[in-house]
Design a protein around this ligand. Structure first.
Ligand SMILES: Nc1nc2c(ncn2[C@@H]2O[C@H](COP(=O)(O)OP(=O)(O)OP(=O)(O)O)[C@@H](O)[C@H]2O)c(=O)[nH]1
Length: 341
């Protein structure tokens, strides 16, 4: 795909988003307390944001324990980015990972066989083993637990799964997912890092549905989406939305969407947040194509990991101040737009 040169080549966003409510810190603490009872961690990351969905807190917690990384939503990420990621991870020395659609029983069977063959080899007939599924919010933890239970012991759903991030709020008791060797699995609430020094990676997480709706205006998420679509030369959105041509102007695009879906207030005033939500939801249903939002080259991964592990360069207070200032500016902008000023 060729990059259309008249579009933006960078996206200015520096609002740090903090979402680490009490239930997340409590759960993280509880997970840490249980560490000695866990034989295997199944850490889930999203194939569309394989690096931005890493929580450095899990890295510290899991340490040298047995872990398998599951890149979920394989069905929503391009095959080229998966092959590139696989190559890069192997070059960087990682090999305990797999890609899957957590809703697919074929994929789940494959994962279960792999766990039986590799991770639980030493446990046959010896003892009951325990595993824990961990990950950021909405990456597919409960879905995977339910699929593993179905594939392993043919039992129904044990955990509530759904498109709303933060659905699982507490660490529940474990459920059996294998009879022989006996394996139990704990579902855990999605945990965001207490502090993420890279606002763009949180923005990517928001775009893929990982943070609560009220934490960031949909118009910003929609603008970032438009930037990414144009920047990758992908114009499927033009056809899908019935636009005349690609645009780099989010207001222009949202005004069109408002009229297309009838998102209008009294007097025909466009309802931008509803239009933005629609634009983003279509992306999440892969209506504009399949995308990987992270750079998965060896250098790209290394750069993102370095940033993640060295937040010391950025002052938390500085970011908080900037956050407040930006929020004020945004609400003024929104007010002006609403009033047609
Ligand atoms: N297409 C696709 N959808 C998935 C996959 N895994 C999970 N989902 C969907 O993603 C949404 C979130 O899944 P959950 O299992 O609730 O995610 P979670 O990680 O438990 O969420 P929290 O409770 O926020 O921690 C649900 O609508 C699932 O159906 C996948 O591999 N492919």
């Amino acid at each position: 795909m060729s990059v259309i040169s008249k579009f933006r080549t960078s996206f200015d966003f520096s609002i740090p988003i903090h979402w680490h409510p009490g239930h997340m810190s409590k759960s993280l603490m509880k997970m840490k307390q249980m560490i000695n009872d866990i034989d295997l961690f199944i850490e889930i990351r999203d194939s569309r944001i394989p690096i931005s969905s890493i929580n450095s807190e899990f890295e510290k917690m899991i340490g040298d324990k047995k872990r398998i990384v599951v890149y979920s939503r394989q069905d929503l990420a391009p095959t080229e980015s998966q092959s590139q990621l696989e190559k890069s991870l192997k070059t960087l020395g990682y090999d305990d990972f797999c890609f899957m659609n957590c809703k697919s029983l074929i994929d789940t069977d494959r994962l279960l066989n792999r766990i039986k063959k590799n991770e639980l080899k030493s446990a046959y007939g010896i003892k009951r083993s325990s595993a824990m599924v961990v990950g950021m919010p909405n990456v597919g933890k409960s879905t995977l637990l339910n699929s593993l239970r179905k594939a392993g012991v043919n039992k129904g759903k044990a955990s509530k799964a759904g498109a709303t991030p933060g659905l699982t709020k507490s660490l529940a008791s474990s459920v059996r997912i294998l009879e022989y060797p006996e394996l139990f699995l704990y579902d855990t609430p999605g945990v965001m890092p207490p502090f993420n020094p890279n606002p763009i990676s949180t923005l990517k997480f928001a775009l893929t549905g990982g943070i609560k709706d009220n934490l960031l205006e949909y118009e910003i998420i929609a603008d970032y989406l438009l930037f990414r679509l144009n920047n990758s030369g992908s114009t499927e959105y033009v056809t899908q939305l019935g636009l005349q041509e690609p645009t780099d102007n989010i207001n222009e695009l949202l005004t069109h969407v408002c009229h297309k879906i009838g998102a209008l207030h009294k007097g025909g005033i466009p309802d931008y947040p509803t239009a933005a939500r629609f634009f983003v939801s279509q992306y999440r249903y892969a209506k504009y194509g399949l995308f990987c939002l992270d750079d998965v080259s060896v250098e790209g991964i290394q750069k993102q990991l370095d940033e993640m592990n060295d937040p010391s360069k950025i002052s938390k207070n500085q970011l908080k101040k900037e956050h407040k200032k930006k929020l004020k500016e945004r609400s003024l902008e929104r007010y002006k737009r609403k009033m047609g000023i």
